[in-house]
Design a protein around this ligand. Sequence first.
Ligand code: SF4
Ligand code: SF4
Length: 187
Amino acid sequence: MKITLDDQARAFPTQISQMIGQNIDGCYQCGKCTAGCPVAYTMEIPPHEVIRLVQLGREEEALACHTIWLCASCETCTSRCPKNIDVASVMDALRVLAFRRGRTEAEKEITLFHKLFLQVVGRFGRVNDLRLMGKYNLLTWNPFKDWRLGQKLFSKGKLKLTAPPVKGLKELREIFQRVQASQAEKS
Ligand code: SF4
Ligand code: SF4
């Protein structure tokens, strides 16, 4: 069924299409993306319905839903879609838009985790689990979370106080700075 939207509602699917480089009008709600999604059971709105919200220009609901933050970017949905719709990229685009507009209320802790992850990688060139999880637990007021597990991993040498240096750290930091500058321009 062809969907007719007014200009205001049309702006949202158009923006998402521009961000992912693909038109998603072709989605006919077969649900194959949702059927293959390994975390669909945790979502209040399954992936195919998020696509529908975008098609209908229902921006508020799409940006406020938990689903976009629970998506693990595994791309199973994308590989299963009979219409070749890149569902995983739609989820990405929705997260980016939600983040730019400060609409992270649905899953504040997941957003915090993303931020800290990028901070650690941007600074050291790789993930340092101890630093990442320590900071995350402190900022979520749960400093002793996973303490016992951490102790076990530490005693087996699986957690390190410092991460080994990486090659090309200077170049990596420059990439991060360029991305941050470009994000700041867009927001
Ligand atoms: S698999 Fe593709 S066509 Fe089917 S509901 Fe998902 S996005 Fe739409
Ligand atoms: S990319 Fe996200 S929405 Fe798609 S199958 Fe994986 S977790 Fe589910």
